[in-house]
Structures are given as structure tokens and as C-alpha cells.
Write a protein that binds this ligand. Structure first.
Ligand SMILES: C[S@@+](CC[C@H](N)C(=O)[O-])C[C@H]1O[C@@H](n2cnc3c(N)ncnc32)[C@H](O)[C@@H]1O
Length: 512
């Protein structure tokens, strides 16, 4: 029963967008993490099918269980292990078994299919078919690619050298290659498990999708330079930047979310990053004129986005509400543009990498187009000519990534550089001016501490963190929408937001 109760609890939190499946499962401290993870993922995958079965049999009324509990139990009874455990819940469910089985059979006849998995919505079926290689970024702050290769060879993996073309990344079991575009990335077969591997636990390798390694690689900050990672948590790109900078210089990293920053702090500690200064702060409120940022020449901006490029199981299988989706994209794009415009105001900025894990042109090319129009002192850099997938015309200087053309998650990167020595001329809009004046003294510094080293237990694997980025977009969207509500409603929300922020600061203090 504990398994089902825990799974239902996590499912409910996921449905309420309170976190990503992997993160919540890891944080649950349940003794059999794998079993719990599989049950939650599978139930979530079949969510719409289960809901229909539960509603058509009026199960909730007859059993008095909650919808998420019913989903988990019906999943395991009809599709999973057949309710091997369950205690009193099992006894209760067995009474309804034949009705549920009959409802499932009717559903299959209606949809003219024979297998359970054919009942899944097509979006879920498509995502299931995609298996991306396991990408491993070697953390050059702690080791070299050569040493990592040797370690894996001694571990029983067979090294095939450097890949030459995309097809070389379709590997056979136990073999691995060095990536042809990113020399510190090694490629293994899909689902190769490294979360328990020594090199991962010691911070020698970072499990990061190849596309998400592009922004830091393309920004390529010089050693001893001053760099900003504007929306940084959970910090995979920050640790990549630090590796490129050889831990020399200053790396200012901001994020609004204290919990994610705390995870990031642990991750950076494990990765041996020392040149960073973390701040639990809204990037849009960072004072670009503050003397401490006067030498910032590079910015990496990887803001919240729709996450539409992420290939992951358990995406919401219900058909999207088009109008709501368009509104959401519009709000995200407005936020992304504000971040871009703000970043370009650092007086000595030379180069900026902008990235999203979205496939929507609204969040990618259109944001870049608007930004270039508003900041004539900047232009696009033509990136990595050998990369096979380019930004949509006329933005071929930018890169796109996808499961089909690059064997990665869907991704977009643009790099802007200052030209002609011009200083950014775009004046802050009224809305931006209002938020751009926070004094830097308000910055809450989160530095890695010995305490973080002692308590690293709840660091979700980076994969999970990537998923959780997507889960948390709703929150950011809410913030964006608040600006546009009526004054009365706005004030109430402001108070709520203040309360929320106070709470966040308290959490940060605890982290410290
Ligand atoms: C796509 S994720 C960043 C992932 C990160 N770059 C990495 O590679 O690990 C976006 C992050 O932006 C943060 N965020 C959203 N709005 C923000 C703001 N106004 N200022 C700072 N951070 C913000 C979110 O909390 C989230 O952690």
C-alpha cells in the first residue's frame, strides 16, 4: 500500500505542477526508487486512458479514493503487475476488477486496437519511440577526456574513437565514441545508466544533453573574464562555463528559485567550480550599472521557456488548449525578450549566448529578431558551420537541434556580439524601468558551503532537473501575467508575490 500511496502522492504533485517526476521520486526517500519511478511514469503515461476508465465505471464514487490513487491502482491492476501489493486497497480493487476489465475491453473495441499501448495518445506513442544517445560531458575541471575514456574502457566499455557523422552516434551496446562537434562530450547508447557511476558521483562527468552543451561552448568566455549566467539553476551550463574559463575569472550566476539554487550549489561543489558567485535574485532586477558588473563581457541567457523541445515520457497527454498555449508562448516570449534587452545593457558586454529548449519560433527566431531590432549595436554570430540544423530563415546564423537531425532534444541557440563599439541604445520600457532599479545590496549570496557537501543526498540527476525546468515554467508564466492584470488584482498578487519571495529568501538563508 505504501508504494501506491507514495506514487499517488507524487502523481498529484506532478499534475499540480509542483515538481518533476524524477525529482519528486528522488526526494521521496522511498526505499525502492526504481519501482516507484516506473509506477509513477507508467501511470502518468496512461493517465488519460485511466481517467476514462475510472469515470466510465464511477469508481471514485464507489471506493471513495482520490483520482490519483485510483489511477495508480487501476494502472497496476489492469496494465502493470496486477496489484501484487496493496493490502486493504487490493481487497477493495478486486471487487471492481471485472467491471474495470470489461470497460478496458470496450475501450479497445471502440478504438479498434488490441494492445493496451495502442490506446495511448499519439503524442505519447511518438515520444516513446524516440531514444536519444546518452551524452556525457567530461568535466575538465576535474579530469581530462583521455582519462575519462581510459576509465570507461577499464570499466568494460569499448571505445570506437571520434565520431565522423551523425550515424556514428547510433551505437551498439557497451560501445562509445567521442562527439564530432563537442570534443569534451562522449556518447553512449541510450539509457546507459551512470547515476551510480563513480565518475558521476565524483563530478568528473556531467550527464547533459549534447544540445544543452552548445551555449557555453559557443559563448566560449576567455579565462579571467567576467561572465554572467542569467537564469542559471540547476547549473549545468554554469559548470560548463567554469570549465571553459578554467575556474579563472568571475562567474555571476542568478536564479529566482531558491530550491533550484540550493541543488545548483551542491552540483557546482561536486563539479569543483570555484569561480562562481550565486545570487537568489530576479535577473531583470540586477542593476546593470553596478560597479561589480562593470567588467562583464559575456552573458549566457537560458531563460525559462515552454520546454517543447524536451523529449520525455509522461508529458501531459491531453490535447493542448490552443488559445491558452498561444497566450503562454506570448508571455514566455515577452519575458525572454525582456531578459535579452536587460542583458545587453551591461556596459562592457561583448558577447551573449541565448538558448531555449523550445521548438517554437515565437521563443526563438522571433525573440532574436525583436531584440536585434531594438539593439542595433549587436549582430548575430554565424555559429558552427558544420552543424546540420540551422535557425529558420533568415536566421541561419543560429543553430537548432532536434531528435531527427542532431539526435538531441529540441533546442535553439543564438550568439549576439557587439559591433562597431556601440553601446546598447535601447531604453528600458516603462515596465522594465520599473523593475530594473533594484539595488545590488539586495542580492542574496549563496556560496557553496561545507554543509552542502555533507548533505548532497537530494540532488536529482541532471536529466531530472532538465525535466523539472519544464515543470516550473508555469510559475514564471504566472509572474509574467501578473504584470498585466488589473491594478486591484495586481496589488493582491503583488502582496502574494512578496510573501512568496520572503519565503524564498528564508529558504536561501537556510542554504547558506
Ligand atoms: C531553463 S532553466 C535554466 C537551466 C540552466 N541554464 C542549466 O543549464 O542548468 C531557467 C531557469 O530560469 C530561472 N528563472 C526564471 N525567471 C527568472 C528571473 N527573472 N531571474 C532569474 N532566474 C529566473 C528559473 O528558476 C529556472 O531555473
Amino acid at each position: 500500500m505504501a508504494l501506491y500511496a507514495k506514487a499517488a502522492d507524487i502523481l498529484e504533485k506532478v499534475e499540480m505542477k509542483q515538481g518533476a517526476v524524477k525529482t519528486l521520486v528522488f526526494e521521496s526517500k522511498f526505499q525502492n526508487i526504481k519501482q516507484l519511478f516506473a509506477l509513477v511514469c507508467e501511470t502518468q503515461k496512461y493517465s488519460s486512458v485511466l481517467q476514462e476508465l475510472i469515470e466510465s465505471t464511477k469508481l471514485l464514487k464507489q471506493t471513495k479514493v482520490k483520482m490519483t490513487q485510483a489511477k495508480v491502482l487501476v494502472y497496476d491492476l489492469l496494465i502493470g503487475q496486477g496489484l501484487k501489493c496493496g493490502g486493504p486497497w487490493k481487497v477493495m480493487m478486486m471487487k471492481h476488477r471485472s467491471r474495470l476489465e470489461a470497460a478496458l475491453a470496450r475501450m479497445k473495441i471502440k478504438q479498434k486496437v488490441t494492445k493496451n499501448k495502442d490506446l495511448l495518445p499519439s503524442s505519447v506513442q511518438q515520444a516513446e519511440g524516440v531514444l536519444l544517445p546518452r551524452y556525457v560531458r567530461v568535466n575538465t575541471l576535474k579530469t581530462t577526456v583521455e582519462d575519462a575514456v581510459d576509465y570507461f574502457k577499464r570499466d568494460g566499455f569499448s571505445y570506437l574513437g571520434e565520431a565522423n557523422r551523425l550515424d556514428d552516434l547510433n551505437l551498439k551496446a557497451n560501445s562509445f565514441v567521442r562527439d564530432m562537434h563537442l570534443s569534451d562530450v562522449l556518447v553512449f547508447t541510450p539509457k546507459t545508466e551512470f547515476h551510480e557511476h563513480f565518475l558521476y558521483k565524483a563530478g568528473h562527468i556531467i550527464l547533459q544533453d549534447k544540445a544543452s552543451c552548445l551555449p557555453a561552448f559557443l559563448l566560449n568566455p576567455a579565462t579571467n573574464s567576467h561572465v554572467i549566467d542569467a537564469c542559471a539553476a540547476p547549473g549545468n551550463k554554469t559548470s560548463h562555463l567554469a570549465a571553459i574559463m578554467k575556474n579563472k575569472g568571475k562567474l555571476f550566476a542568478f536564479d529566482l528559485d531558491a530550491k533550484r539554487l540550493s541543488t545548483m550549489s551542491t552540483l557546482l561543489l561536486r563539479a569543483g567550480v570555484t569561480c562562481h558567485h550565486l545570487a537568489n535574485q530576479d535577473f531583470l532586477k540586477v542593476n546593470t550599472g553596478d560597479p561589480q558588473y562593470k567588467d562583464v563581457e559575456y552573458v549566457l541567457l537560458d531563460p525559462s521557456c515552454s520546454g517543447s523541445g524536451m523529449v520525455c515520457l509522461g508529458k501531459d497527454a491531453s490535447p493542448p488548449d490552443q488559445e491558452r498555449e498561444q497566450r503562454r508562448l506570448g508571455n514566455l516570449a515577452a519575458f525572454q525578450l525582456r531578459c535579452l534587452n536587460h542583458a545587453l545593457r551591461f556596459p562592457r558586454l561583448q558577447r551573449l549566448a541565448y538558448s531555449t529548449c523550445s521548438v517554437h519560433t515565437e521563443e526563438n527566431e522571433k525573440v532574436v529578431a525583436a531584440c536585434l531590432q531594438q539593439n542595433p549595436g549587436f549582430r548575430l554570430v554565424h555559429l558552427l558551420p558544420v552543424w546540420p540544423e540551422r535557425g529558420l530563415e533568415p536566421f541561419a546564423q543560429c543553430l537548432r537541434a532536434s531528435t531527427t537531425k542532431t539526435l538531441t532534444h529540441g533546442f535553439f541557440v543564438a550568439v549576439l556580439e557587439r559591433h562597431g563599439g556601440a553601446v546598447s541604445t535601447a531604453p528600458p520600457s516603462q515596465e522594465e524601468a520599473a523593475v530594473g532599479s533594484t539595488p545590488s545590496q539586495e542580492v542574496t549570496s549563496v556560496t557553496p558551503s561545507a554543509e552542502a557537501e555533507e548533505k548532497p543526498a537530494v540532488v536529482a540527476p541532471p536529466e531530472a532537473q532538465i525535466n523539472s525546468e519544464e515543470e516550473e515554467e508555469e510559475d514564471e508564466e504566472e509572474e509574467e501575467m501578473e504584470v498585466k492584470t488589473s491594478p486591484v488584482e495586481g496589488q493582491a498578487k503583488k502582496r502574494k508575490r512578496k510573501k512568496k519571495k520572503k519565503k524564498k529568501k528564508t529558504t536561501t538563508a537556510k542554504v547558506e
